[in-house]
Design a protein around this ligand. Structure first.
Ligand code: FDA
Length: 519
């Protein structure tokens, strides 16, 4: 990319100059000249240890900027444009492929850790949420004001709203309320020219694009305005585990696929499928059926009896609680934990390397193919691979495919997330796990959505294709992955990008490229 070390120094000088005599720069700009603070900030939100090597394999940012004010973001944009340096915006750092803090070109990270105010207005049932807030902070602040207001977004409390809403975002209320992005009614964005825009000044096309068209593409989102949803005071939760050591789980999972479309929209259902060791050392398939039901057990049980009797759900499998307690449970905390745990931003101490892929299913997968999945799960160490089936339908069927950039709406029965994990940082393990994942993915091709084969941008997968590093990527190349993530919405995203950032300043390996940069 033709950058010299001078660009780096010039960038630092340009950025520092914008502070004048203010001392606050020591709380905003971090460079390798102070390796311990630089490293601790860089690592603070890295979730996938594949991108956290202490070694030199992973390219590191020239600087990390933690803005305290909007003017610091504007200065970072102006100076990096002037000196030919790329920008990666980071909110929660949960990108599966580390795109918010790794790049193959000289770059700086704008980390929004200090932009995380959440202001809930229970009278208008809205909230302004700054992009660096994590989901747990949003849920906490809502619960502080009301136990019957909520927001339909992801499960893990440390996911950042900056990236999550930029890619759609969904959780246990998706069949009732759709995606998080479906409930964004205004936003604040700093564009490539450094302008601070809201919904009105950015216009409806750009406002459409930022609600699902992918992060680090159209500018830096500083805040979102959310329309909150109403939840009943009591919801019901169940986690029911069935293993192949005791019964025919293939038949059960097969039947679930037919039941899904009949579930009431108040019910969200997910199956976690992995392997398990029995006490006598036998390995089996373990399926856990997890649900949130927006109502009481008395209403839930007859519904399950009617639509999915094969599960054999009983009253004692179910627990009634408030919605916020269910948030704790799905974030893997005890339901009686203090809500304060949702505010905790400490990164998980677990060192976990992982690779994830996604698929969308429109027709039930035959039993024989499910058994093909099980066979492949057995090839990995016990509990190191996981397949999740998440029910679609309900409200998702009613929202048009073009209403946001996220296209996987009516006709999608469920989504699959495939994950493989490893804990040892050696090249052989990582190679064999990734190869395993790619084989599973190619095995599944004939059973999932086709032309294009759909994928979820928030489950980032660079195997689907990447932009050229220098930013000149043509339509044909980008549409390979663009059509998988966005379907027919890809063309409109390209048009919006061409209008707002024709020089392709905001970009990453899978950002939508503007026409003007095509070769
Ligand atoms: P991160 O900061 O890494 O950003 C992701 C992308 O958005 C990057 O390209 C980044 O540059 C860009 N970006 C970030 N902030 C931006 C901003 N302010 N303006 C512009 N661009 C910005 N998904 C889901 O739908 N439901 C779920 O329940 C879960 N659960 C879950 C659990 C765990 C443990 C992980 C690791 C991930 C998930 N996800 C998920 C996936 C998650 O939605 C996805 O990784 C999001 O992009 C994460 O957003 P962050 O802000 O945390 O990531």
């Amino acid at each position: 990319s033709g950058i010299s070390p001078h660009n780096h120094e010039d960038f630092i000088r340009c950025f520092s100059d914008s502070f004048g005599n203010s001392k606050s720069i020591s709380r905003v700009l971090y460079t390798k000249s102070n390796p311990s603070t630089y490293t601790s900030i860089l690592q603070s939100t890295i979730r996938n240890s594949r991108y956290n090597y202490a070694s030199t394999i992973i390219p590191k940012p020239l600087a990390i900027i933690t803005p305290l004010k909007k003017s610091h973001i504007q200065a970072a944009i102006t100076c990096s444009r002037k000196h030919g340096i790329q920008v990666r915006v980071r909110s929660g750092g949960h990108d599966y492929e580390g795109l918010s803090y790794v790049a193959g070109v000289p770059f700086v990270v704008i980390d929004l850790v200090n932009f995380r105010r959440v202001i809930v207005d229970e009278t208008t049932k809205t909230a302004w949420v700054e992009a660096g807030a994590q989901l747990g902070e949003v849920y906490y602040r809502i619960a502080e004001k009301s136990r019957t207001l909520a927001f339909p977004a992801g499960l893990c409390h440390t996911v950042g709203v900056g990236g999550h809403f930029s890619g759609g975002g969904y959780g246990m209320m998706m069949r009732k309320h759709g995606l998080a992005a479906d409930h964004i009614i205004d936003a604040q964005l700093i564009d490539v020219k450094g302008r601070i825009l809201d919904r009105k000044s950015m216009g409806e096309d750009l406002f459409w694009a930022i609600r699902g068209g992918g992060g680090n593409t159209f500018g830096v989102v500083i805040a979102w305005k959310l329309s909150l949803v109403q939840v009943p005071p009591t919801v019901s939760v169940f986690n029911v585990t069935r293993t192949s050591l005791e019964q025919n789980v293939t038949k059960l999972v097969h039947r679930w696929q037919y039941a899904v479309s009949k579930f009431h929209e108040d019910l969200f259902s997910r199956i976690y499928i992995g392997t398990v060791n029995s006490t006598n050392g036998e390995i089996g398939i373990r399926t856990t059926f997890t649900s949130l039901f927006l109502g009481g057990v008395d209403r839930l049980l007859p519904m399950m009896q009617e639509t999915f009797p094969e599960l054999g759900l009983t009253k004692k499998d179910c627990t009634e609680m408030s919605w916020i307690e269910s948030v704790l449970l799905f974030a893997e905390f005890p339901t009686n934990a203090s809500l304060d745990v949702l505010l905790d931003r400490t990164n998980s101490p677990l060192i976990i390397y992982f690779k994830v892929k996604s698929d969308y299913v429109k027709e039930p997968i035959p039993e024989i193919a499910l058994e093909g999945i099980w066979k492949r799960l057995y090839q990995v160490d016990v509990q190191r691979s996981l397949v999740q089936f998440s029910s679609y339908g309900g409200r998702m069927n009613e929202i048009s495919e073009s209403s946001t950039p996220f296209p996987h709406r009516a006709g999608t029965q469920f989504q699959i997330q495939y994950s493989v994990f490893w804990v040892k940082d050696d090249i052989e393990t990582s190679k064999s796990r990734i190869t395993w994942m790619r084989r599973l993915y190619s095995y599944m091709a004939s059973y999932v959505s086709k032309n294009p084969r759909g994928a979820y941008i928030n489950y980032r997968d660079l195997d689907l294709g990447v932009n050229n590093l220098n930013g000149s990527t043509n339509y044909k190349q980008a549409s390979i992955w663009g059509a998988k993530y966005f379907g027919r919405n890809f063309d409109k995203l390209v048009r919006v990008m061409t209008a707002v950032d024709p020089d392709n300043f905001f970009r990453n390996e899978q950002s939508v490229p503007p026409i003007s940069s095509w070769v």
